[in-house]
Write a protein that binds this ligand. Sequence first.
Ligand code: AMP
Length: 244
Amino acid sequence: MYLVLLGPPGAGKGTYSPTLTALFKIPVLSLGDILRNEAKCDTKLGRKIENYIKTGELVPDNLIIEIVSNIIDSEEGEGGVIFDGFPRTINQAEKLLEILKQRDLVIDLVLDIFSNDKTITDRLSSRWVCPYCGRAYNMMTAPPKKNMRCDFDDTPLIQREDDNPNVIRRRLKVYKEQSKPILDFYIAKSIPYIRVDSTGTIKKCWEKILNSLFEINIIDKKTYDSYKNTETDRIHKAGRENRR
Ligand code: AMP
């Protein structure tokens, strides 16, 4: 199964992808995580990528498409992938369809998670992340148990460099101009899709996602029961590990 997660930064793609991994038993491909890892490397490419991320601009399409096609062809991607943060331009969206078509594959579902600018800005400005396992905490609504340390591995939490007000504004503008039109592009290609408003609690939003998945018959009771029987902490951990 190939699932595309669309939506602005801070809408919740990274929040729900570990749970979707547990449900569909396919890994998450988070372009943001891959690029942040690459940006840590003291190479010409690493520094270039770091600059795009720091300023809220998109990394050039050719690099992104190369990364994605390599993963689809790898052992990790052969049984399906959840694409988190890809595609982000119409060109990337077209290229993904081509890459899949060449391999006799299709996008099975587009999940568009959205919210309003105020909620998104508040969420991103109060987001702290664990640099070790990638878990995100919201200092207003879901803070860590111990002061500024990850609940799971005790690593001190950090704030992402691009989660500051100026860069958040730029990322939202880039999203509206370049990424938002992708949903209509896929709808015009008759690809199955669902839209979920993530404003409100994580629990409520996950219920809405599940209900929509049932409605369009993309999951059945057996798949759901098998997910329910999996121990929550373990699956969340597995989802995060897949993202690293
Ligand atoms: P994210 O973690 O998804 O918010 O992504 C962080 C940053 O990585 C973005 O602001 C972009 O600079 C870069 N990025 C992530 N995904 C893509 C993509 N599909 N195309 C271009 N740049 C990307």
